[in-house]
Design a protein around this ligand. Structure first.
Ligand code: NAD
Ligand code: ZN
Length: 345
């Protein structure tokens, strides 16, 4: 079968013929419906080194936002029907530590010694015609469109977790939320904020078309430039926002998120761009919290799949065949995609 393979650190992926996998013990073979291209893949193949990428060691098939239909089950697996649609929960934890049994395989206690980080990150993912998945990583999609659902596995799950964790900052009292970086994750974050809170959402990006899309979703657009903090503070009548979500993660966006916050606000950095924050302990905004998050839990993926079925989250996608999958990654690297790219084998 054809697959998009990450073969070497600091090297663009390749499209190549690989053997079709067979499901082992505890696994299900999925016929892939769709696999989303996430910006994190760019860090994996472009930036990581054998030291920083020890859990995403090549070679493996990319694709950590995958949906598909059951094709075959492993020898000891029961309860699945051929043709049923599932979304894949990416993280591959040990399965038995306190985090894993709570469904948070993303925070597995044995992460340092596990063989892979996730399906599509250190172990074969969904950019191929078939993939094998541990049965416990499959969340049912019911009759939802599986191709449109593919980005939910990360582009919705990660913001959903970040927003849920910030709920105490966003409940009641005319709150303001700031979303920085309006790509795959940011556009879905706006929808989740509207579905879960009554907060006014302010959205920043450098790209006019990304700002226009955010405005169409009911967010107040602010151009990401040297006046953005002043403009954001004006919108909030000088108070500052109650929660900021940075989906870029460079030092200037983190600094902008901090400076846009009000007293007791929370800044969640989601973007993986190596940005470091400066934190002055004795200065405004008082009692501001700053935290980083990584992906989400299986129970949260169930919620996200339900929100998609109920129409609370809509994904915007551009589909590519496996033959054109590398074009999608080139566009992602050049910031030229106008929607989440989903590879449809
Ligand atoms: P994307 O490429 O789809 O979108 C990025 C957006 O940010 C684009 O619209 C771009 O114009 C905008 N942008 C770039 N620089 C900016 C700046 N200085 N100011 C404002 N906007 C700017 O990316 P994505 O797939 O949505 O991923 C977003 C980030 O989240 C990436 O860094 C990715 O690696 C990271 N990520 C983190 C996790 C996690 O668990 N922490 C999970 C998934 C993705
Ligand atoms: Zn574990």
């Amino acid at each position: 079968m054809k697959a998009v393979v990450f073969e070497q650190f600091n090297t663009f992926p390749t499209l190549k013929e690989v053997p079709e996998p067979t499901p082992g013990s505890g696994e299900v073979l999925l016929k892939v419906a769709g696999a989303g291209c996430c910006h994190s893949d760019v860090s994996v193949f472009q930036d990581y080194t054998p030291e920083t990428g020890s859990h995403t060691k090549p070679p493996f098939i990319l694709g950590h936002e995958t949906t598909g239909w059951v094709e075959e089950v492993g020898p000891d697996v029961t309860g699945f029907k051929k043709g049923d649609a599932y979304i894949v929960y990416g993280p591959t934890g040990c399965g038995h530590c306190p985090h894993c049994v709570a469904g948070q395989e993303n925070y597995c206690s044995s992460a340092a010694t596990n063989k892979s980080l996730a399906l599509g990150l250190g172990r074969d993912g969904g950019m191929a015609e078939y993939m094998t998945v541990p049965a416990r990583n499959l969340v049912p999609l019911g009759d939802a469109d599986p191709i449109g659902a593919a980005p939910l596995a990360d582009a919705a799950l990660t913001p959903y977790h970040a927003i849920r964790a910030a709920m105490p900052h966003l409940n009641g009292g005319g709150k303001y939320a700031l979303v920085i970086g309006l790509g795959g994750l940011g556009q879905i974050a706006i929808q989740i904020l509207h579905a879960l809170t009554g907060a006014t959402v302010i959205a920043t990006d450098t790209k006019p078309e990304a700002l226009a899309k955010a405005e169409a979703k009911g967010a107040i657009p602010v151009v990401s430039d040297e006046h953005q903090v002043e403009n954001i503070r004006k919108i909030t009548h000088g108070e500052g926002v109650d929660a900021a979500f940075d989906f870029v993660g460079v030092a200037p966006t983190i600094a902008a998120a901090q400076a846009s916050g009000g007293p007791g606000s929370r800044v969640t950095v989601v973007g993986i761009a190596g940005g470091k924050a400066e934190y002055d302990w004795y200065s405004k905004p008082w009692e501001q919290e700053l935290l980083g998050v990584y992906w989400g839990s299986i129970p949260e993926l169930y919620d996200v799949a339900n929100m998609y079925r109920h129409g609370q989250i809509e994904t915007e996608i551009e589909t590519y065949s496996l033959d054109n999958a590398l074009d999608a990654y080139h566009k992602l690297v050049d910031n030229k995609l106008s929607a989440r790219a989903v590879i449809v084998p």
